[in-house]
Design a protein around this ligand. Structure first.
Ligand code: DX5
Ligand code: ZN
Length: 226
């Protein structure tokens, strides 16, 4: 059985208390911290940069001393300078949209050269063909199940078919690649997303929109175990 990971998106956290929110959601059982970087160019919204990532890194430690990976989702164009900057600012994983990069293979190499994990993100209407050519350099495939830019949108069902397609590609590669899905994931649909082949689940509003983060994460895990 897959080892499932739940990655709360701090896009829906209280930005005035980010460090506290990260610690709180880690105590509630977060496996990764999903960090949405928006540039008001590739997407119509603006969030935070490498300095905020650096400041949060010291908050990404569990009570037992182990660190929770910071999963940086770049919704920016151009990509390369920021990908490197985030790698140097405490990111453990950097994913980017191939349609935002002029040279996808080069961007992947830049990230890997920093000694961290690299991934590609596909929008709901973007085909995944490029994976065929760079699968050996990819550690994460992130499928958007909403159009990027905002939290709190509804899950787009065609993502399930795309997840099935990518699951086959990953399995055929024989590589250890995470299949992450991002957007509109809730307790009541996470099981369907897992059944389509995903093993890592981003959830923003579903977790931060409730007072008890642990109750939501526990309910998601119960769905995944069922
Ligand atoms: C959207 C972001 C998502 C978003 C998910 O552009 O990439 O990570 O925060 O939020 P929810 O779970 O509320 O759809
Ligand atoms: Zn995201």
């Amino acid at each position: 059985m897959a080892t499932y990971r739940i990655a709360p998106s701090i896009l829906s956290a209280d930005f005035a208390r980010l460090g506290e929110e990260v610690r709180h959601v880690i105590d509630a059982g977060a496996d990764w911290i999903h960090f949405d970087v928006m540039d008001n160019h590739y997407v119509p919204n603006l969030t935070f940069g490498p300095m905020v990532c650096q400041a949060l890194r010291k908050h990404s430690v569990k009570a037992d001393g182990t660190r929770v990976p910071i999963d940086v989702h770049l919704m920016v164009q151009p990509v390369d300078a920021l990908a490197t900057a985030f790698a140097k600012s405490g990111a453990d994983i950097v994913t980017f949209h191939p349609d935002a990069s002029t040279h996808v293979d080069r961007t992947l190499q830049l990230i890997k050269a920093e000694g961290i994990q690299a991934g590609l993100v596909f929008n709901p209407a973007t085909p995944v063909d490029v994976l065929e050519w760079v699968i050996d350099k990819v550690d994460v495939v992130l499928l958007m199940s909403v159009n990027p830019g905002f939290g709190g949108q509804s899950f787009i069902d065609s993502t399930l078919r795309k997840a099935e397609q990518v699951r086959k590609i990953i399995d055929a590669s024989g590589r250890d690649i995470r299949l992450e899905v991002d957007g509109g994931i809730k307790v009541d649909n996470i099981r369907r997303v897992a059944d389509a082949g995903a093993d890592t689940f981003v959830a923003g509003s579903a977790i931060f929109g409730q007072p008890d983060y642990k109750a939501v994460i526990d309910a998601m895990r119960a769905q995944l175990a069922g």
